[in-house]
Write a protein that binds this ligand. Structure first.
Ligand code: ZN
Ligand code: CA
Length: 370
Protein backbone atom coordinates (compact mmCIF):
# COMPACT_ATOMS: atom_id res chain seq x y z
CA UNK A 1 0.00 0.00 0.00
CA UNK A 2 1.14 3.49 -0.81
CA UNK A 3 1.88 5.32 2.43
CA UNK A 4 0.38 8.81 2.28
CA UNK A 5 2.42 10.25 5.15
CA UNK A 6 5.67 8.85 3.74
CA UNK A 7 4.85 10.39 0.36
CA UNK A 8 4.13 13.84 1.83
CA UNK A 9 7.22 13.82 4.06
CA UNK A 10 9.49 12.74 1.24
CA UNK A 11 8.02 15.37 -1.08
CA UNK A 12 8.61 18.14 1.48
CA UNK A 13 12.14 16.91 2.18
CA UNK A 14 13.12 16.71 -1.49
CA UNK A 15 11.74 20.10 -2.52
CA UNK A 16 13.73 21.70 0.32
CA UNK A 17 16.92 20.75 -1.57
CA UNK A 18 18.25 23.37 -4.01
CA UNK A 19 18.62 21.61 -7.35
CA UNK A 20 18.87 24.12 -10.16
CA UNK A 21 19.79 22.83 -13.60
CA UNK A 22 23.36 21.46 -13.73
CA UNK A 23 23.67 21.99 -9.95
CA UNK A 24 21.86 18.81 -8.89
CA UNK A 25 24.73 17.27 -6.84
CA UNK A 26 22.98 17.33 -3.48
CA UNK A 27 19.80 15.79 -4.91
CA UNK A 28 21.84 13.20 -6.81
CA UNK A 29 23.72 12.09 -3.68
CA UNK A 30 20.52 11.77 -1.70
CA UNK A 31 18.82 9.73 -4.45
CA UNK A 32 21.84 7.45 -4.84
CA UNK A 33 21.58 6.74 -1.15
CA UNK A 34 17.82 6.03 -1.29
CA UNK A 35 18.23 3.65 -4.22
CA UNK A 36 21.11 1.79 -2.55
CA UNK A 37 19.02 1.31 0.59
CA UNK A 38 16.35 -0.32 -1.59
CA UNK A 39 18.88 -2.78 -2.95
CA UNK A 40 19.62 -1.07 -6.26
CA UNK A 41 22.99 -1.09 -8.00
CA UNK A 42 23.68 2.60 -8.53
CA UNK A 43 25.85 4.26 -11.13
CA UNK A 44 26.52 7.90 -12.00
CA UNK A 45 27.25 8.52 -15.67
CA UNK A 46 29.51 11.21 -17.15
CA UNK A 47 26.75 13.54 -18.41
CA UNK A 48 27.79 16.17 -15.85
CA UNK A 49 31.44 16.15 -16.89
CA UNK A 50 30.41 16.43 -20.55
CA UNK A 51 28.06 19.36 -20.03
CA UNK A 52 29.46 21.41 -17.15
CA UNK A 53 27.11 20.00 -14.53
CA UNK A 54 28.21 19.15 -10.98
CA UNK A 55 26.76 15.63 -11.17
CA UNK A 56 25.92 13.07 -13.84
CA UNK A 57 22.63 11.27 -14.32
CA UNK A 58 21.88 8.68 -11.65
CA UNK A 59 21.11 5.24 -13.04
CA UNK A 60 19.88 2.46 -10.76
CA UNK A 61 19.05 -1.15 -11.44
CA UNK A 62 17.41 -3.89 -9.46
CA UNK A 63 17.39 -7.33 -11.02
CA UNK A 64 14.02 -9.03 -11.10
CA UNK A 65 13.02 -12.63 -10.58
CA UNK A 66 10.65 -12.83 -13.53
CA UNK A 67 11.62 -13.30 -17.17
CA UNK A 68 9.74 -10.31 -18.61
CA UNK A 69 10.95 -7.12 -20.34
CA UNK A 70 12.87 -4.66 -18.18
CA UNK A 71 11.35 -1.24 -17.52
CA UNK A 72 12.93 2.16 -17.00
CA UNK A 73 11.39 4.72 -14.61
CA UNK A 74 12.54 8.24 -15.18
CA UNK A 75 12.28 11.71 -13.60
CA UNK A 76 14.49 14.79 -13.72
CA UNK A 77 16.40 16.15 -10.73
CA UNK A 78 16.66 19.80 -11.80
CA UNK A 79 14.25 22.69 -11.33
CA UNK A 80 13.74 26.07 -12.95
CA UNK A 81 14.25 29.37 -11.08
CA UNK A 82 13.39 30.89 -8.63
CA UNK A 83 14.28 27.63 -6.94
CA UNK A 84 16.63 28.44 -4.04
CA UNK A 85 15.34 27.93 -0.48
CA UNK A 86 12.08 26.30 -1.45
CA UNK A 87 9.74 25.72 1.47
CA UNK A 88 6.68 23.56 1.01
CA UNK A 89 3.56 24.34 3.02
CA UNK A 90 0.60 22.00 3.34
CA UNK A 91 -2.90 23.48 3.25
CA UNK A 92 -5.47 20.71 3.39
CA UNK A 93 -4.89 18.53 0.33
CA UNK A 94 -2.68 21.11 -1.38
CA UNK A 95 1.08 21.62 -1.16
CA UNK A 96 2.38 25.04 -2.19
CA UNK A 97 5.57 27.06 -1.87
CA UNK A 98 5.69 30.14 0.37
CA UNK A 99 5.06 32.22 -2.77
CA UNK A 100 8.63 33.45 -3.24
CA UNK A 101 9.87 30.42 -5.21
CA UNK A 102 8.54 27.67 -7.40
CA UNK A 103 7.39 24.61 -5.45
CA UNK A 104 9.62 22.18 -7.36
CA UNK A 105 6.97 19.51 -7.84
CA UNK A 106 8.33 19.57 -11.38
CA UNK A 107 9.85 17.09 -11.04
CA UNK A 108 10.09 16.08 -7.36
CA UNK A 109 6.55 14.72 -7.74
CA UNK A 110 7.95 12.34 -10.37
CA UNK A 111 10.89 11.34 -8.18
CA UNK A 112 8.64 10.73 -5.16
CA UNK A 113 6.18 8.64 -7.20
CA UNK A 114 9.06 6.43 -8.34
CA UNK A 115 10.64 6.02 -4.88
CA UNK A 116 7.28 5.25 -3.27
CA UNK A 117 6.28 2.75 -5.98
CA UNK A 118 9.63 0.97 -5.57
CA UNK A 119 9.12 0.73 -1.81
CA UNK A 120 5.60 -0.65 -2.22
CA UNK A 121 6.83 -3.26 -4.71
CA UNK A 122 9.63 -4.22 -2.30
CA UNK A 123 7.27 -4.44 0.70
CA UNK A 124 4.71 -6.50 -1.22
CA UNK A 125 7.30 -9.16 -2.12
CA UNK A 126 5.74 -9.25 -5.60
CA UNK A 127 7.72 -10.85 -8.41
CA UNK A 128 8.87 -8.36 -11.03
CA UNK A 129 11.23 -8.03 -13.96
CA UNK A 130 14.40 -5.93 -14.01
CA UNK A 131 13.64 -2.39 -12.88
CA UNK A 132 15.90 0.42 -14.03
CA UNK A 133 15.70 4.00 -12.79
CA UNK A 134 17.21 7.13 -14.33
CA UNK A 135 17.21 10.46 -12.51
CA UNK A 136 18.38 13.00 -15.07
CA UNK A 137 20.12 16.37 -14.93
CA UNK A 138 19.41 19.53 -16.92
CA UNK A 139 15.98 18.64 -18.32
CA UNK A 140 14.80 22.22 -18.04
CA UNK A 141 17.73 23.60 -20.04
CA UNK A 142 17.43 21.47 -23.16
CA UNK A 143 17.01 17.84 -22.03
CA UNK A 144 20.77 17.77 -21.46
CA UNK A 145 20.77 14.77 -19.12
CA UNK A 146 18.57 12.59 -21.33
CA UNK A 147 20.64 13.52 -24.38
CA UNK A 148 23.86 12.51 -22.63
CA UNK A 149 22.56 9.52 -20.68
CA UNK A 150 24.72 6.40 -20.80
CA UNK A 151 22.31 4.28 -22.86
CA UNK A 152 24.84 1.44 -22.80
CA UNK A 153 23.60 0.78 -19.26
CA UNK A 154 19.93 0.73 -20.28
CA UNK A 155 18.32 -2.48 -21.49
CA UNK A 156 14.69 -1.61 -20.74
CA UNK A 157 12.02 -2.15 -23.38
CA UNK A 158 9.55 0.30 -21.85
CA UNK A 159 10.12 3.65 -20.19
CA UNK A 160 7.74 5.60 -17.98
CA UNK A 161 8.77 9.23 -17.60
CA UNK A 162 6.99 10.71 -14.58
CA UNK A 163 6.98 14.36 -15.61
CA UNK A 164 3.75 15.91 -16.75
CA UNK A 165 0.60 17.51 -15.36
CA UNK A 166 -3.12 16.94 -15.60
CA UNK A 167 -5.36 14.44 -13.83
CA UNK A 168 -3.72 11.20 -12.77
CA UNK A 169 -4.30 8.88 -15.73
CA UNK A 170 -3.26 11.48 -18.30
CA UNK A 171 -0.37 10.08 -20.34
CA UNK A 172 1.38 11.92 -23.16
CA UNK A 173 1.87 9.50 -26.03
CA UNK A 174 2.91 11.91 -28.75
CA UNK A 175 4.95 15.11 -28.71
CA UNK A 176 6.38 17.37 -31.41
CA UNK A 177 9.91 17.97 -32.55
CA UNK A 178 11.22 21.51 -32.35
CA UNK A 179 13.57 23.57 -34.48
CA UNK A 180 15.18 26.53 -32.78
CA UNK A 181 15.86 29.17 -35.43
CA UNK A 182 18.30 32.10 -35.30
CA UNK A 183 18.12 34.64 -38.10
CA UNK A 184 20.36 37.61 -38.88
CA UNK A 185 19.15 40.09 -41.51
CA UNK A 186 21.93 42.25 -42.94
CA UNK A 187 21.31 45.54 -44.77
CA UNK A 188 23.60 48.53 -45.25
CA UNK A 189 23.94 51.53 -42.95
CA UNK A 190 23.64 55.10 -44.27
CA UNK A 191 22.63 58.48 -42.91
CA UNK A 192 18.86 58.47 -42.99
CA UNK A 193 18.61 62.13 -43.99
CA UNK A 194 21.79 62.92 -45.96
CA UNK A 195 21.92 59.87 -48.22
CA UNK A 196 19.09 57.41 -47.56
CA UNK A 197 19.43 56.06 -51.15
CA UNK A 198 22.72 54.42 -50.16
CA UNK A 199 21.25 52.41 -47.31
CA UNK A 200 19.52 49.04 -47.23
CA UNK A 201 17.13 48.86 -44.30
CA UNK A 202 17.31 45.54 -42.49
CA UNK A 203 14.08 46.44 -40.65
CA UNK A 204 12.24 46.77 -43.99
CA UNK A 205 13.59 43.40 -45.13
CA UNK A 206 12.48 41.83 -41.86
CA UNK A 207 9.03 43.43 -42.00
CA UNK A 208 8.51 42.25 -45.55
CA UNK A 209 9.67 38.72 -44.76
CA UNK A 210 7.37 38.41 -41.74
CA UNK A 211 4.39 39.86 -43.64
CA UNK A 212 4.69 36.95 -46.09
CA UNK A 213 5.17 34.28 -43.41
CA UNK A 214 2.72 31.73 -42.04
CA UNK A 215 3.04 31.80 -38.22
CA UNK A 216 1.02 30.64 -35.23
CA UNK A 217 -0.96 27.43 -35.68
CA UNK A 218 0.02 26.12 -39.10
CA UNK A 219 -2.04 22.93 -38.94
CA UNK A 220 -3.23 20.39 -36.39
CA UNK A 221 0.34 19.16 -35.77
CA UNK A 222 2.45 22.23 -36.47
CA UNK A 223 3.08 25.63 -34.87
CA UNK A 224 5.60 28.41 -35.52
CA UNK A 225 6.55 31.64 -33.76
CA UNK A 226 8.94 34.54 -33.95
CA UNK A 227 9.62 35.39 -30.32
CA UNK A 228 12.46 37.92 -30.22
CA UNK A 229 13.45 40.70 -32.58
CA UNK A 230 16.30 43.14 -32.08
CA UNK A 231 17.73 45.81 -34.34
CA UNK A 232 18.54 49.44 -34.94
CA UNK A 233 20.58 52.00 -33.05
CA UNK A 234 19.29 55.49 -33.95
CA UNK A 235 16.44 57.11 -35.87
CA UNK A 236 18.86 58.87 -38.23
CA UNK A 237 20.72 55.70 -39.24
CA UNK A 238 19.36 53.20 -41.72
CA UNK A 239 19.40 49.94 -39.80
CA UNK A 240 21.94 47.45 -41.15
CA UNK A 241 21.29 44.50 -38.85
CA UNK A 242 18.27 42.78 -37.31
CA UNK A 243 18.51 39.63 -35.21
CA UNK A 244 15.55 37.34 -34.63
CA UNK A 245 14.87 34.21 -32.61
CA UNK A 246 12.11 31.90 -33.74
CA UNK A 247 10.88 28.35 -33.45
CA UNK A 248 8.84 25.80 -35.34
CA UNK A 249 7.32 22.63 -33.88
CA UNK A 250 5.51 19.70 -35.42
CA UNK A 251 4.53 16.17 -34.52
CA UNK A 252 5.41 15.31 -38.12
CA UNK A 253 9.05 15.62 -39.21
CA UNK A 254 8.28 16.47 -42.85
CA UNK A 255 5.87 19.24 -41.82
CA UNK A 256 8.55 20.65 -39.52
CA UNK A 257 10.97 20.72 -42.44
CA UNK A 258 8.38 22.35 -44.73
CA UNK A 259 7.59 25.09 -42.21
CA UNK A 260 11.26 25.77 -41.50
CA UNK A 261 12.01 25.92 -45.25
CA UNK A 262 9.08 28.28 -45.73
CA UNK A 263 10.39 30.65 -43.04
CA UNK A 264 13.87 30.59 -44.58
CA UNK A 265 12.45 31.27 -48.05
CA UNK A 266 10.48 34.31 -46.84
CA UNK A 267 13.71 35.85 -45.53
CA UNK A 268 15.66 34.98 -48.69
CA UNK A 269 12.96 36.48 -50.94
CA UNK A 270 12.77 39.67 -48.90
CA UNK A 271 16.56 40.05 -48.76
CA UNK A 272 16.77 39.57 -52.54
CA UNK A 273 14.07 42.16 -53.13
CA UNK A 274 15.84 44.83 -51.04
CA UNK A 275 19.43 43.81 -51.85
CA UNK A 276 20.34 42.56 -48.36
CA UNK A 277 21.58 39.27 -46.99
CA UNK A 278 20.43 36.78 -44.44
CA UNK A 279 21.90 34.14 -42.15
CA UNK A 280 19.44 31.45 -41.15
CA UNK A 281 20.46 28.80 -38.63
CA UNK A 282 18.19 26.03 -37.45
CA UNK A 283 18.91 23.52 -34.71
CA UNK A 284 16.80 20.46 -33.90
CA UNK A 285 16.17 20.69 -30.13
CA UNK A 286 14.47 17.30 -29.89
CA UNK A 287 12.82 14.78 -32.21
CA UNK A 288 9.09 14.02 -32.15
CA UNK A 289 7.59 10.75 -30.99
CA UNK A 290 4.32 8.93 -31.43
CA UNK A 291 3.18 5.79 -29.60
CA UNK A 292 0.51 3.89 -31.51
CA UNK A 293 -2.67 2.44 -30.01
CA UNK A 294 -1.46 -1.07 -30.79
CA UNK A 295 1.94 -0.69 -29.08
CA UNK A 296 2.35 -2.99 -26.10
CA UNK A 297 3.12 -0.11 -23.70
CA UNK A 298 -0.50 1.07 -24.18
CA UNK A 299 -1.69 -2.37 -23.04
CA UNK A 300 0.36 -1.98 -19.84
CA UNK A 301 -1.16 1.46 -19.18
CA UNK A 302 -4.71 0.16 -19.79
CA UNK A 303 -4.28 -2.79 -17.47
CA UNK A 304 -2.74 -0.61 -14.74
CA UNK A 305 -5.37 2.14 -14.95
CA UNK A 306 -8.18 -0.46 -14.79
CA UNK A 307 -6.58 -1.96 -11.67
CA UNK A 308 -6.52 1.43 -9.87
CA UNK A 309 -9.87 2.57 -11.23
CA UNK A 310 -8.45 5.67 -12.84
CA UNK A 311 -9.45 7.09 -16.19
CA UNK A 312 -6.67 6.61 -18.77
CA UNK A 313 -6.43 9.65 -21.06
CA UNK A 314 -3.91 9.36 -23.89
CA UNK A 315 -2.89 12.84 -24.97
CA UNK A 316 -0.74 14.78 -27.36
CA UNK A 317 1.50 17.39 -25.75
CA UNK A 318 2.90 20.54 -27.28
CA UNK A 319 6.25 20.48 -25.52
CA UNK A 320 9.40 18.41 -25.46
CA UNK A 321 10.58 16.31 -22.52
CA UNK A 322 13.07 13.55 -21.75
CA UNK A 323 10.42 11.25 -23.30
CA UNK A 324 11.27 12.55 -26.79
CA UNK A 325 14.92 11.63 -26.35
CA UNK A 326 14.30 8.17 -24.85
CA UNK A 327 11.96 7.27 -27.72
CA UNK A 328 14.61 8.30 -30.23
CA UNK A 329 16.91 5.68 -28.64
CA UNK A 330 14.48 2.91 -29.61
CA UNK A 331 12.86 2.51 -26.17
CA UNK A 332 9.05 2.89 -26.05
CA UNK A 333 8.53 5.82 -23.69
CA UNK A 334 5.48 7.75 -22.47
CA UNK A 335 5.14 10.76 -20.15
CA UNK A 336 2.85 10.01 -17.20
CA UNK A 337 1.05 12.73 -15.19
CA UNK A 338 2.01 13.13 -11.55
CA UNK A 339 -0.49 15.97 -11.08
CA UNK A 340 1.96 18.88 -11.12
CA UNK A 341 0.08 22.14 -11.60
CA UNK A 342 1.02 25.76 -12.57
CA UNK A 343 4.64 24.67 -13.00
CA UNK A 344 7.41 27.18 -13.68
CA UNK A 345 5.63 29.77 -11.55
CA UNK A 346 5.60 30.75 -7.88
CA UNK A 347 1.95 29.62 -7.84
CA UNK A 348 2.98 26.04 -8.56
CA UNK A 349 1.04 23.53 -6.44
CA UNK A 350 0.19 19.87 -6.15
CA UNK A 351 -2.59 17.81 -4.58
CA UNK A 352 -1.55 15.17 -2.04
CA UNK A 353 -4.31 12.88 -3.33
CA UNK A 354 -2.76 13.14 -6.79
CA UNK A 355 0.73 12.32 -5.46
CA UNK A 356 -0.66 9.22 -3.77
CA UNK A 357 -2.65 8.20 -6.86
CA UNK A 358 0.38 8.66 -9.11
CA UNK A 359 2.39 6.29 -6.91
CA UNK A 360 -0.49 3.74 -6.94
CA UNK A 361 -0.68 3.98 -10.74
CA UNK A 362 3.06 3.40 -11.05
CA UNK A 363 2.89 0.36 -8.75
CA UNK A 364 0.22 -1.13 -11.03
CA UNK A 365 2.24 -0.21 -14.13
CA UNK A 366 5.21 -2.16 -12.77
CA UNK A 367 2.94 -5.11 -11.98
CA UNK A 368 1.25 -4.96 -15.40
CA UNK A 369 4.40 -5.57 -17.43
CA UNK A 370 4.45 -9.00 -19.05
ZN1 ZN B 1 9.59 18.56 -15.65
CA1 CA C 1 9.42 21.70 -16.46
Amino acid sequence: MVNRERVVNEFIELVSIDSLSLKERQMADLLKDRLKKMGFDVYEDDAGAKTGGNTGNIIGEKKGNKDIPAILLMAHMDTVTPGINKKATVQGDTIKSDGTTILGGDDVAGIVSILEALRVIEESNEDHGDIQVAFTIGEEVGLIGAKNLDYGKIHAKYCFVMDTGGDIGVVAVTAPSQNKIDIVVKGKAAHADVEPEKGINAISITAHAISQMKLGRIDEETTANIGIINGGSATNIICDRVELKAEARSRCESKLKNQTDHMRQCFIDAATRFGGEIEFNEELMYPSFKINQGDSIIGILKKASDKCGINLVLEATGGGSDTNIVNSKGIQAVDVSVGMDKVHSVEEQISINDLVKAACFLVEIIKAVE
